[in-house]
Design a protein around this ligand. Structure first.
Ligand code: FES
Length: 127
């Protein structure tokens, strides 16, 4: 079982600026947890980096998560766009579905998981 403990560091807070997103990888094996953290209106949110449409990672090339205007998260495979706060798809092939959210908080200079994560249960394997 691939478990991540509460308190696991997701990223350094200094890597985040308002409106921007940062990718991360946690865990081991062929199926680690790939996620993204975004700061939106001063709040930090984290989501699994896996699109509900066809399971692709959102950022391709890696590290590019936003629409050109920076207002929404974008899956570059087929153009689904997601609200930064809720992870809800607001346009595209999976409208109404959501990115899976991760519980995180700012602790000192880090963004950390606030609950244990079972990576095997959270990541959908499409192949
Ligand atoms: S896999 Fe994301 S829009 Fe198709």
């Amino acid at each position: 079982m691939n478990l991540l403990a509460a308190g696991t560091a997701v990223c350094d807070l200094q890597l985040l600026t308002e409106g921007q997103a940062q990718g991360f990888t946690l865990g081991e094996g062929e199926w680690p947890l790939r996620g993204l953290v975004v700061m939106h209106q001063g709040e930090v949110r984290a989501f699994v980096n896996q699109c509900p449409h066809a399971g692709h990672r959102l950022d391709f090339p890696p590290g590019r998560f936003l629409t050109p205007d920076g207002e929404l998260l974008l899956c570059r495979s087929h153009g689904a766009v997601f609200d930064k706060a809720s992870g809800e798809c607001v346009a595209g092939p999976c409208t109404g579905e959501r990115l899976r959210s991760l519980e995180v908080a700012v602790v000192g200079a880090q963004v950390q998981l606030t609950a244990e994560v079972n990576v095997d249960a959270l990541v959908t394997r499409y192949w």
